[in-house]
Design a binder for this molecule. Structure first.
Ligand SMILES: Nc1ncnc2c1ncn2[C@@H]1O[C@H](COP(=O)(O)OP(=O)(O)OP(=O)(O)O)[C@@H](O)[C@H]1O
Ligand SMILES: [Mg+2]
Length: 244
C-alpha cells in the first residue's frame, strides 16, 4: 500500500457572500510512495496550495479521501487529526512565517511545545535541526538578522525538528534569488536522501527537475508525467562543471 493515497478529492469553495461555489479540485487521485521527492506544478490559481493543505490535514475536502500511512486522515476527529498533523507532517511555507521576535533557535523549538520534552531537550533538538541545515552558528539570530535563504533554512529546520515522515513545502524558493533557491532545493534533496518523503509546490522547472517526479495540476485535475518519464533519480540542481 502506498504511503500517501489521494482518492478522488474534490474541493469547492463558497467565498463569503458569494451565491455560487467555485470548484477548484475536480476529482484528484494519485499515490506517493515512502521516500519519494515529488514536485507539484501548475498555473497560478490551479489549486496547488489547496491540494497541499488537504494532504496536510488542514482543510477538509468536499469529497474524496486522503490516506497517509493507512490512516484515513479526514475519518479522524478534529482533535486526533491535529495530533496526526503534529506527528506526521512538517510544513515549509513560501513566506517562511518565522516569528520576528523569536530567535532562530526559538522558532525551531515551536513545534516541540506539545511534546513532553523538557526545555533543555527541546533546545538540543532544535539546535541539531539547525545544524543539519548548516545554521549551527546562527542559533541566536532574529529572522531580520538572517538572509532570505537562511530564513528559508530555519523554516526547513522547523519543519523537520519533529522528524515527521512527510514534509510539505509550498514554493519554498518563491522569494529567493536563483542561487539561494538552488541551495534550498539541494538541502531538501539531501533530507529526502536521508529518508524524508517530500511533496513540494514549485513554479521553477529546474527545481522540479531535482525531484523524482512531477505532478501537474490543471483545470482541477492532476496529470502525472510519470507515465512517460517514470521515476527518475533525484539529482542536484546544478551539475558540477568539470574542467578538463
Ligand atoms: N479560502 C478560499 N475561499 C475561496 N476561494 C479560495 C480560497 N482559497 C483559495 N481559493 C481559490 O481557489 C483557487 C485555487 O487557489 P490556490 O491557492 O490553491 O492556487 P495555487 O495553485 O496555489 O496558486 P498560486 O500558484 O498562485 O499560489 C483560486 O482561484 C483561489 O482564488
Ligand atoms: Mg499557492
Amino acid at each position: 500500500m502506498s504511503f500517501i493515497i489521494i482518492e478522488n478529492v474534490t474541493k469547492a469553495y463558497q467565498p463569503n457572500g458569494a451565491a455560487s461555489r467555485t470548484t477548484v479540485l475536480r476529482g484528484v487521485s494519485t499515490e506517493i510512495e515512502e521516500g519519494e521527492f515529488v514536485a507539484l506544478m501548475g498555473p497560478s490559481g490551479s489549486g496547488k496550495t489547496t491540494l497541499l493543505t488537504i494532504i496536510g490535514a488542514m482543510s477538509q475536502p468536499t469529497d474524496g479521501r486522503v490516506i497517509i500511512d493507512e490512516v484515513d486522515v479526514y475519518g479522524l476527529s478534529e482533535e486526533r487529526r491535529a495530533d496526526f498533523r503534529r506527528e506526521y507532517l512538517g510544513f515549509v511555507f513560501q513566506q517562511h512565517h518565522l516569528l520576528p521576535y523569536l530567535t532562530a533557535l526559538e522558532n525551531v523549538m515551536l513545534p516541540l511545545v506539545i511534546t513532553k520534552l523538557n526545555t533543555k531537550e527541546k533546545r538540543m533538538k532544535a539546535q541539531m535541526a539547525l545544524e543539519r541545515v548548516g545554521l549551527g552558528d546562527k542559533l541566536d539570530r532574529l529572522p531580520n538578522q538572517l538572509s532570505g535563504g537562511e530564513q528559508g533554512r530555519v523554516a526547513i529546520a522547523r519543519a523537520l525538528v519533529n522528524e515527521p515522515p512527510l514534509i510539505l513545502a509550498d514554493e519554498p524558493t518563491g522569494n529567493l534569488d536563483s542561487r539561494t533557491g538552488e541551495e534550498l532545493i539541494n538541502l531538501l534533496r539531501s533530507l529526502n536522501e536521508q529518508g524524508q518523503t517530500i511533496l513540494m509546490v514549485t513554479h521553477n522547472p529546474e527545481a522540479a527537475a531535482a525531484t523524482h517526479r512531477v505532478l501537474k495540476i490543471q483545470d482541477g485535475l492532476l496529470m502525472s508525467d510519470s507515465a512517460e518519464a517514470g521515476r527518475r533519480e533525484a539529482r542536484p540542481m546544478m551539475e558540477e562543471v568539470c574542467a578538463d
